[in-house]
Design a protein around this ligand. Structure first.
Ligand SMILES: [Zn+2]
Length: 458
């Protein structure tokens, strides 16, 4: 594994990283596969059309939220057969359907108070309805902007009337559970769950578990999530309401706390925030190529040359996140560090991000940044011989090793709401599905290719 950091404060040679490698146990699930898995998921837009994807739906006590009976379902193409083609306009599209130009103008005029139809972009689908007058004439046109928003323009007594339609969104709770055998991604795939949800789960527990390094075979998770439906058809996900993740035998719990309809974040059953003041890593799925080491002895220079930061190997352009809220103290070229960002979090803590290829928009000295916000991109600038991020953490102006440190938690549930929260958290956690049983799952995996229905318990 190459060590790229050539900066004066962290000069290393290839041999020095060996200890870093040894520290990372082999049983850890390869970060590479996780990152690749997410990349694949994003690239294929795997769940673009959720209607075609079989989801595992388990009945839960919360299942009783009324959902309107599904009507006979037409595909999108059947319901809205026409589409504004790329590089064409609504006018040219309607002219091709032999709708007279004056009629098109009347329709556009009628729609103006609710929607400027002349700005419709390509890809918008619509449906036309013809009346049965002596000669069939257009009587209605219905534009679909999204699963929720559409616009219907109808001819009533000789004039066109536009009506914006907003569909009612119903929420239904759905549960999933998974068991990790090779990667987190793979466990989501086996549970027939949208990979975006496993990514959200990793965000919720991102302070308790470092999902780039600590996921192990045998880890288990389960969650309850809201699914949004329009007329019984799934259109997307709401919030994860409750979740548990078992990492190497330790179970972490999370319940969403909503106060007056606003999401206040995820808390454990005691009302403690799962968030901490700092993220575990400034790179979502980076791998550590060189750790913090004050006593490192330079094998060639034969001097002590401490490495006072953590190096993350990642491709150029990988987003770098602020690990905590703060103010940008520096966003400029700084000698061996190349392009450097320094963030002041409060009077005690500061962080620095070095060798960047560039800065995110609006990240300049004095700017406020939030935890998790992308501030820049991995590069190879300054004294660096390969793409990586050199990350430094300061406490009271002194370098500290951020790895494995327990940082202060974010604010807990306010005591005046604690009783209310505990009640809601308990009922949310009660909706979780059963854990996947490792032995049963192993049998399922073994008999996956057979068609024996009894071997599938979920
Ligand atoms: Zn370094």
């Amino acid at each position: 594994m190459p060590d790229f950091c050539n900066q004066a404060s962290c000069r290393t040679v290839a041999r020095a990283t060996l200890c870093g490698m040894k520290r990372r146990k082999r049983i850890l699930i390869g970060l590479g596969s996780l990152a690749a898995a997410f990349a694949v998921g994003a690239g294929l837009s795997f769940y673009a059309d959720q209607a075609t994807v079989p989801f595992l739906v388990t009945a839960t006590p919360e299942d009783s939220i009324p959902v309107s009976q599904p009507e006979p379902v037409l595909s999108l193409e059947e319901a809205f057969p026409h589409v504004i083609a790329p590089r064409s306009t609504l006018f040219s599209t309607l002219r091709q359907l032999e709708i007279p130009a004056p009629t098109i103008h009347q329709i556009v005029e009628a729609a103006k108070p609710v929607q400027n139809l002349s700005r419709l972009h390509s890809g918008i689908r619509f449906q036309t309805v013809y009346g049965s007058e002596p000669t069939p004439q257009l009587s209605s046109i219905h534009f679909r902007f999204s699963a929720i928003e559409s616009l219907q323009i109808t001819k009533v007594d000789g004039s066109w009337v536009a009506k914006k339609i907003t569909e009612q969104v119903d929420l239904k709770t759905v549960t999933f559970s998974g068991l990790v055998s090779s990667s987190l991604w793979e466990s989501a795939r086996r549970a027939e769950m949208d990979p975006n949800l496993i990514s959200e789960l990793a965000d919720i527990f991102g302070w308790q578990v470092d999902f780039s390094r600590e996921v192990r075979k045998g880890d288990r998770w389960r969650l309850t999530v809201e699914r949004k439906l329009v007329k019984g058809e799934p259109i997307g996900w709401g919030a994860i309401l409750a979740a548990e993740y078992e990492n190497a035998g330790t179970i972490y719990q999370a319940a969403l706390f909503r106060l007056n309809g606003e999401e206040m974040g995820y808390f454990d059953l005691e009302g403690k925030s799962l968030r901490r003041m700092f993220l575990k890593s400034p790179i979502r799925y980076g791998r550590i190529t060189s750790g913090f080491n004050l006593g490192r002895f330079h094998p060639i220079l034969k001097v002590r040359r401490p490495h006072v930061g953590v190096d993350y190997g990642a491709p150029i352009g990988t987003p770098v996140r602020a690990v905590g809220d703060g103010t940008v103290a520096l966003a400029a070229w700084s000698g061996g560090g190349g392009n450097v960002i320094k963030i002041r979090h409060n009077s005690t803590y500061e962080t620095a991000y070095k060798h960047l290829s560039g800065y995110a928009k609006n990240v300049k000295k004095g700017a406020r940044v939030q935890q998790g916000q992308v501030i820049g991109y991995v590069g190879n600038t300054g004294l660096s011989t390969g793409p990586h991020l050199h990350f430094e953490f300061y406490q009271g102006g002194r370098f500290v090793d951020p790895l494995g440190r327990k940082f202060p938690s974010a604010e807990p549930v306010p005591s005046m709401h604690l009783g209310e929260f505990k009640e809601s958290a308990n009922s949310l956690l009660a909706t979780l599905p059963p854990w996947q049983n490792p032995e049963v799952s192993a049998r399922e995996m073994a008999s996956d290719s057979s068609n024996d229905p009894e071997s599938v318990s979920q």
